[in-house]
Design a protein around this ligand. Sequence first.
Ligand code: NAD
Length: 300
Amino acid sequence: MSQQTIAFIGLGIMGGPMAGHLVDAGHDVVGHNLSRLAVDVLVERGGRAATDTADAVREADVVITMVPDSPDVESLVFGSDRGDDGILANAKPGTLHIDCSTIRPDVARRIAEAERERGIRPVDAPVSGGEPAAVEAALSIMVGGAAEDVEAARPLLETVGRTVVHVGPAGSGQTVKAANQLIVAGNIQLVAEALVFLEAHDVDTESALAVLQGGLAGSTVLARKGAGMRARTFAPGFRIDLHHKDMGIVTTAAREAGVAIPLGAHVAQLVASLRAQGHGGLDHSALLKQVEELSGRATA
Ligand code: NAD
């Protein structure tokens, strides 16, 4: 793969390690982030620092964005009220824009249309696997966009991910990611309910989770989150705030399509409730706290 100049915007829990892998692969990575510390970490690994979005994208062959929510990506693409400080106004025609953030599919489609008008090649490529997979370059990446743009993005996506699948036109990656978040939230909630249930029956939960993992109840959620849930360690990982955003995306998109997601809608309410109780900064496995409360078994 030839060396490319990559503007990487959003160097948080996920973007930081992803940008680092691209540096390690020999690319010229120019980083921008709201807080400076994350940029310094990238520079230490061999990347370069940009002063702002315009500075980051001006010379880039590829722009990768990894920011929290739809309005964040919109403001990066369209710029502020001045309109001259975003990706649209500053990226060269032909630049590939890979958005790895999890955002609304309709927003991804609107951005893709605006970018295509300016000769920028849009790819939506949200990721799954969480921080460990970002660190291990083992993400699962669901990709939407035109086939030739997705193929141009593939070598970079394969540098940060292990499973990279083109799922359809612009916005499709985000639709698949919404389904991913529906499954993950439901799975965490049921693992939490099972754990509290087992504890109430004085079962050794370490052994119980080991045997459950070997059968049909086993899951990546159980494997990755089970031990932390048993120990009540809820440092993020994936914040409840972000999963609340994603449950909003999937419930809205389901409504638009006229599809009922009764269990998903219920879990969305449980995530919203946990956040309303002030736990938005905890890992999504903290859904367990709420099951304890509902069961009168809260410890602290
Ligand atoms: P994060 O909050 O850790 O990082 C986001 C970063 O973006 C922050 O460092 C922030 O400073 C930066 N940022 C925001 N707006 C910016 C702007 N305008 N210019 C420059 N920098 C800006 O979030 P994260 O956990 O890395 O998640 C990023 C995205 O990836 C989200 O859409 C999330 O839903 C998705 N995601 C997260 C995980 C996870 O486990 N954390 C897993 C899969 C997908």
